[in-house]
Design a binder for this molecule. Structure first.
Ligand code: MN
Length: 130
């Protein structure tokens, strides 16, 4: 189903990073890891992942700012970014979308629905690009 699709996970919390990595690898995805915005920008540009999962609360540059920069860069703006945030607050989805995110997954991660959500975002993007 997925021919070693690559997902870049941007997350500064080691436990969350490990959890998301394990879930993705269990479903056959290749995983790239970044712990801050600068790593994310460099990896996204160089490795061209199929999807980016973006923690919003990051040191230095936050995830919304990283997403804006990804969307301003011709090398990376085609890559779908999905926000990962602990805030289950009204308004977060709108902020994420305005920054350029395709959608939103809340933490704590629902481990049963997670892989399907990731797949849907990847397939959705592929569909849009025809
Ligand atoms: Mn964080």
């Amino acid at each position: 189903m997925n021919d070693r699709r690559k997902v870049l996970v941007v997350e500064d919390n080691e436990l969350n990073l490990e959890l998301v990595t394990d879930l993705l690898e269990a479903h056959g995805y290749g995983v790239l890891q970044a712990r801050n915005g600068n790593e994310a920008l460099e990896l996204a540009s160089r490795e061209q992942p199929d999807l980016i999962l973006m923690d919003i609360q990051l040191p230095e540059m936050d995830g919304l700012e990283v997403t804006r920069l990804l969307k301003q860069n011709a090398d990376t703006r085609h890559i779908a970014v999905v926000a990962l945030t602990a805030h289950a607050m009204r308004g977060d989805e709108g902020r994420a979308r305005r920054a350029g995110c395709s959608g939103y997954i809340t933490k704590p991660i629902d481990t049963r629905g997670f892989a399907r959500a990731v797949e849907n975002y990847i397939e959705g993007e592929a569909g849009q690009e025809g």
